[in-house]
Design a protein around this ligand. Sequence first.
Ligand code: GNR
Ligand code: NI
Length: 167
Amino acid sequence: MTLLNILHYPDPRLRTKAKPVTKFGPELQQFAEDLLETMYDAPGIGLAATQVDVHKRIIAVDVSENRDSPHILVNPELTLSGELLETEEGCLSVPGVYEQVTRVDHIEVSARDPLGEPISFSASGLLAVCIQHECDHLEGKLFVDYLSNLKRTRIRKKLAKQRKASA
Ligand code: GNR
Ligand code: NI
C-alpha cells in the first residue's frame, strides 16, 4: 500500500485536464487501490487522480458510513438529471473550507473498472454530488470555482496562512 501526496489549491497542477485511460490491467488496478487507500486515510469520501498529480481519468468514491462501498471509476461519463440540490462541500485539496454548492441530485454513470470492464449505475444524493465533484477535478475544476471572487480570494489567503503556520 502506498499513500499518495495530495496537491493543495492554488497549485496550478490541479488545473490540468486529465487524459482518457487507454491501458487497463493490473498496473492501473494497483494505482486505483493506492488512490482509494489515500482517500480512506485522508479521510475523504472521494478522490480524483488529478489531486495526486496523475492526469488520467480515474476517480475513487465511497460515501458509505462503514467505508465499505468503494467505486473506482475509469473514464467516467455522466448524464445529469433531477432537481438542483445545494450541499455543503469540502475538498481534500482545499483543506478546512466548507461552502454550499448547487448541483443536480441525480446522475447516470457509465465508466470502466481498472481491468476495462464496463460499469453503469445511477446515483442520487451525496453519491451523485461526490461523483460530480470528482469529475470536475478531471476537468481541472474545483468547487471554489462556483463561489464568488471575494470568497475565493479569502480562501486563498486562509490557506496561505495555514501553510505558513505549519511550515
Ligand atoms: O471528502 C470530501 N467530502 C465532500 C463533501 C461534499 C461534497 C464533495 C466532497 S469530496 C471530498 C473529497 C475530495 O476532495 N474529493 O475530490
Ligand atoms: Ni475535491
